[in-house]
Ligand binder design. Structure first.
Ligand code: EPU
Length: 430
């Protein structure tokens, strides 16, 4: 087996321009959504990441025709979907595989999808998804790690009040309800930009969805949806990652193809931490000349500070002139990467969902491991600032969600290469 790693040299101040790709957490909902119509969809601004490849493979296994026009445009024809099943082999790679449940229930009333994988961030229940599907009239059971849904008659519009604000449940139930009979009202929903993007895509396909981006979404179910052409919004988290990398390295970077409104909570915290942030129509310039200042952060659902930016921000605050308190408000266990930052010299104490970050003067290169996607991005940021060489293992996590990450960082002046080395077999202990 080959081990894939990033080898990075720290010390360069990032400078130049970087262009952000399509949003991972939008495209992973939009690809399954194509199932809702029997027809041809053309999706532009598709990010070149492994989560996309896997979701397209699932579609192809179900009987869809999938073809890339170019690196970022994919054509999907779902006319001949015959097999409403997602195997463990594919589902285990990512969380979003469960969006096939909502889409398949909407299209044909039945689905069997293995329990999803995705980043390990603590318990990731799906009770709210099930609550929503059952309210619409579907039966749901979990047998041997497979979620099975079936339906007698049609999905019937309903009123669903979610007990917790969940991106995944909002998306999944919205997918199913798009084809239900009558009106569905979803309350206490997530408001992330990718929820709005999915609703816009579904409406382009002929759905009738209003209120996405607010606390209440109203869906008038439609009988027929059609194929559509659509362009995915820019990735808020990829953009934020390069913004933080620019600030952390004391650099000067123009981040292109962003929606500045989506970045407000991140821009705001970067300014508190000593960066200068200038917003333009579809780009943001970030630079830092003075020290990194300590800043407290609490992650919350949108429009609060995103949990998916917490590790990257913590990596930068590890270099601040003082103490910052970082509180994780969404996931039970999103500080596993702190042990890896500690190998590089960071001084961070974690107690449950709170990390106290005591800034140090410098980090030093070390051998570290990406424990999940955003943790991997945080390690890349730390490596850019560190003295000497950092070797990051388990980069498959990073490549799930960051397109062309080596080329993008290199174009900003970073020294980073991707290597593949044979795995060493360690003999079993006697
Ligand atoms: N929750 C429940 N019951 C449910 C669903 C969720 O209790 O049925 C809880 C979760 O345990 C969590 C909270 O609700 O405490 C929020 O979870 P949510 O459902 O919003 O998260 P998700 O849909 O599983 C998506 C992103 C994550 C991101 C979170 C929060 C995708 C594919 N994943 O996950 O992104 O952290 O929303 O914003 O959209 C990432 O991109 O690195 C990533 C992990």
């Amino acid at each position: 087996m080959l081990l894939e790693k990033f080898i990075m040299q720290g010390g360069a101040r990032l400078s130049g321009e970087v262009t952000i790709g399509g949003a991972k957490n939008a495209v992973v909902a939009i690809i399954p959504a194509t199932i809702l119509a029997k027809g041809r969809c053309v999706i532009h601004n598709v990010p070149n990441i492994s989560d996309v490849s896997i979701l397209l493979k699932v579609l192809a296994e179900m009987g869809a025709d999938v073809a890339f026009h170019d690196k970022r445009t994919v054509e999907i024809d779902t006319t001949n979907i015959t097999n409403p099943y997602v195997s463990y082999e594919l589902a285990r790679h990512l969380r979003a595989s469960y969006y096939y449940l909502g889409a398949l229930i909407g299209r044909c009333g039945q689905a069997s999808v293995s329990m999803p994988g995705g980043c390990s961030l603590g318990v990731r229940p799906i009770d709210q998804h099930i609550k929503g599907f059952e309210s619409l009239g579907a039966s749901v059971s979990i047998d041997h790690g497979v979620i099975n849904t079936s339906l007698e008659g049609s999905l019937i519009g309903s009123h669903v009040y979610f007990d917790v604000v969940s991106v995944g449940a909002t998306i999944n139930v919205m997918l199913a309800a798009a084809r239900a009979k009558g009106l569905t009202i979803l309350e206490n929903v997530a408001k992330e930009p990718h929820i709005v993007d999915l609703a816009n895509f579904l409406n382009t396909m002929g759905a009738d969805i209003r209120g996405a981006g607010t606390d209440v979404i109203k869906i008038h179910g439609v009988d027929i949806m059609r194929g559509a052409e659509y362009s995915i919004i820019p990735d808020q988290i990829e953009a934020g990652t390069y913004m933080i990398a620019a600030a952390a390295t004391g650099g000067d970077v123009l981040v292109q193809n962003v929606i500045p409104k989506h970045m407000e909570s991140v821009s705001n915290k970067l300014i508190h931490a000593g960066a200068i942030v200038e917003e333009y129509d579809d780009s943001i310039r970030v630079r830092r000349e003075g020290p990194v200042l300590p800043t407290n952060i609490k992650t919350m659902s949108h429009p609060g500070f995103p949990t998916d930016m917490q590790p990257q921000m913590t990596a930068m605050l590890a270099l601040s002139e003082g103490t910052s308190v970082v509180t994780e408000g969404i996931w039970d266990s999103r500080f596993r990467y702190v042990d890896e930052l500690a190998r590089m010299g960071a001084n961070i104490q974690v107690d449950g969902k709170v990390a106290v970050v005591q800034g140090v003067e410098r980090l030093t290169g070390a051998q570290v491991k990406a424990t999940d996607l955003r943790a991997g991005a945080a390690l890349m940021i730390a490596a850019l600032t560190a003295k000497g060489e950092t070797e990051i293992e388990d980069i498959f996590h990073i490549e799930r969600g960051y397109e062309d990450v080596v080329d993008k960082f290199r174009s900003l002046g970073a020294t980073v290469k991707r290597i593949e080395v044979p795995d060493v077999d360690i003999p079993a202990a006697l």
